[in-house]
Design a protein around this ligand. Sequence first.
Ligand code: KG4
Ligand code: ZN
Length: 332
Amino acid sequence: MILAIESSCDDTSAAVLSGRKVLSNLVSNQEIHKQFGGVMPEMASRAHLEKISIVVNAALEYANCSISNIDYIAYTQGPGLIGSLLVGSNFARALAYAQEKELVPVHHMQAHVLAHFINSGANYHEPELPFLCLTVSGGHTQLVAVNNPLELTVLGSTIDDAAGEAFDKCAKMLGLDYPGGPLIDQFAKKGNPKAFQFSCSKLDEYRFSFSGFKTSVLYFLQKQSKEFIEENKADLCASIQAHIIESLLFQVKKAMKEYRFKGLAIAGGVSANSGLRNAVQELCKQNNWNCYIPKFEYCTDNAAMVGISAYYKIQNQQLKPESYQANPRLPF
Ligand code: KG4
Ligand code: ZN
């Protein structure tokens, strides 16, 4: 039985897992950041502090168990915001010390990938190994080769902004609330993805870049009136989304072909994007690749993915880390 805690950014989450099965997975979102148009790190850590014991207790209760039934306590060690990580890691470490449980620190980005191994019930099919995972979140964009749950290799990543950041920053330019990704997704459904052209990066070596794209969106919008932006919101959102997806899939296609993977997965907050989900499904169909799309609750930050990562470490006796300390730049 694993109690898992995730607090790397602005969501406070706790989950209880029995092996690979999720008994509870609760997430408390922080609304406070909306008024600032982005995550305020100090506010995030204060909000984690207020919520963490409530969320952990609720996760135990929802799973119908108490702390005495728990064998391991897993937590996100990094990467993330240091203040936020400190709340979750210190809570986990203190609880483990007081209750004499074994501690399992987990890497946040590896956890996003390993969410694919959560046994999510009747229609669940475990991914066939090896496969390629495009991990797209608010802070990272990575192409990861998954040889097995404990052997993950980053083939390429972004040299500037993450895909989620590109969504959020473009949304802000359009006057949409934070986080803008889900709002762009909604408006895009009613728009024409070919209506507007922006620059679209296609770098070598599986590297992603979104800063040129972001600047081209900014320069275009600066020349338009408020009325124009309002009237063309759906087309703008659809075009922005299509460009982000195109530059993501450019690297994905290259890596799939060059490494001859038979399966493709997506993970992280941006994998909740309906345009990306459809495009990946279509691409897999065309190429006869296995396609792994996570359930919505396992796309954005959640503690169940931290729990499943701990499960594999426990199974493989990887329980003596170099450090238990929160690390905002924890290496992959
Ligand atoms: O993985 P995540 O919850 O947190 C980080 O680890 O960063 O990802 C959050 C990111 C945000 O940038 C958010 O705008 C984006 O995921 N996101 C989306 C959608 N849902 C969340 N982006 C596009 N479309 C969505 N439906
Ligand atoms: Zn994340």
